[in-house]
Design a protein around this ligand. Structure first.
Ligand code: COI
Length: 335
């Protein structure tokens, strides 16, 4: 077995520069690229009190010839605008946000890792109006930042099968907020996830409020078996993953019957007796589940290992992202 090189934990390393813009008097300022460093913010800033903030996460890949390509940036920018609308924050101008991302990559080109690494792009938007009484008033001012981080695997252990606690008691987010990529949803998942980690040594919690399978704290959830893929249909209660959408598209290309519908814990446990389960996300890519724990009982998924269909779907996506298979869906923008 070849030794894996030591790599920084996902997101722990930033590139040297970030892009910054601010919204004031009803308009966005021009953007500025500057060294990553502390930012000044009023202690009364809206975000610090009322959590008016959202973010995005997507990747740029360095292909074998050295060229750099951003994966589905347009979809991520649209999702950020949707999050901003739901949080009543000023919507980023898509052309400006795109330029900010391109400018950061351009400034930090040498920091884009070769495969299997990627440059993770992290735009964040937050309300800066200084008024601690503005609990029911939106922030009229905001900041938009784009950070970048050279990344490798999100789950330590790479393709190790994940242990997941099935939680039908807690909810990841308020029903109307699940589709919003906002820090509050991750904060809400933190307590149940840490408790589950301590009690069951799991990697993640799969939230199934009322017995309906939804998503984990940081990734969407998919069931796969020969020629079939099942995942929850889109509604406001969970994040509309761009990786989820990409995998569904690739599965359809392969002739899979893709079913997007609401399904319950009982059906999932039946499915995994012979089928596979996996988590999808920009960070997770497609990470196979080996064990589901429900009401104290362990259920092995397939043989308890990452299944062959999960591996194949992941490999198809990764091959496109790394420029080794054709981009037939027009998912890339070259920087
Ligand atoms: C992503 O997959 O981009 C995410 O947002 C996960 C993140 C919480 C690390």
């Amino acid at each position: 077995m070849t030794a894996q090189p030591q790599r920084p934990a996902f997101g722990s390393l930033l590139t040297s520069h970030m892009a910054v813009a601010s919204f004031r008097d009803g308009r966005w300022s021009g953007m500025e690229v500057k060294p990553v460093g502390p930012i000044e913010i009023s202690p009364a800033a809206h975000v610090l009190h009322y959590a008016s903030t959202c973010f995005e996460g997507f990747k740029a890949f360095r292909w074998k010839d050295g060229s750099i390509h951003i994966f589905r940036m347009d979809r991520h920018i649209e999702r950020m605008r949707q999050s901003a609308r739901q949080l009543v924050l000023p919507e980023p101008d898509p052309a400006q946000l795109r330029e900010m991302v391109r400018a950061v990559i351009d400034r930090c080109r040498e920091a884009v890792p070769e495969a299997p690494g990627a440059l993770y792009l992290r735009p964040i938007l937050f309300g800066t109006t200084a008024n601690i009484g503005a609990a029911a008033t939106p922030s009229a001012e905001a900041s938009l930042l784009v950070l970048a981080s050279p990344v490798w695997d999100y789950f330590a252990g790479g393709m190790k099968p994940l242990r997941i606690l099935v939680d039908d008691a807690n909810t990841r987010s308020a029903a109307q907020m699940g589709m919003v990529k906002t820090g509050g949803n991750y904060a809400a998942a933190m307590g149940p996830t840490l408790a589950a980690r301590a009690k069951y040594q799991v990697d993640q919690v799969l939230f199934c409020p009322g017995g309906e399978v939804q998503e984990t704290g940081a990734a969407n959830f998919l069931l796969v078996r020969e020629g079939q893929l099942l995942t929850r249909s889109l509604d406001s209660s969970f994040l509309h993953g761009v990786t989820r959408d990409s995998l569904i598209t690739l599965a359809r290309d392969q002739g899979y019957a893709v079913s997007e519908r609401v399904f319950g814990v009982a059906e999932m446990l039946e499915w995994v007796k012979t089928g596979e389960a996996a988590l999808s996300g920009t960070a997770a890519v497609l990470a196979g589940v080996g064990t589901l724990i429900y009401r104290g009982a362990e259920h092995r998924v397939g043989g308890g290992e990452v299944g062959p269909l999960t591996r194949e779907l992941r490999a198809r996506l990764v091959a496109i992202q790394q420029g080794e298979a054709p981009d037939t869906h027009g998912w890339f923008e070259t920087v």
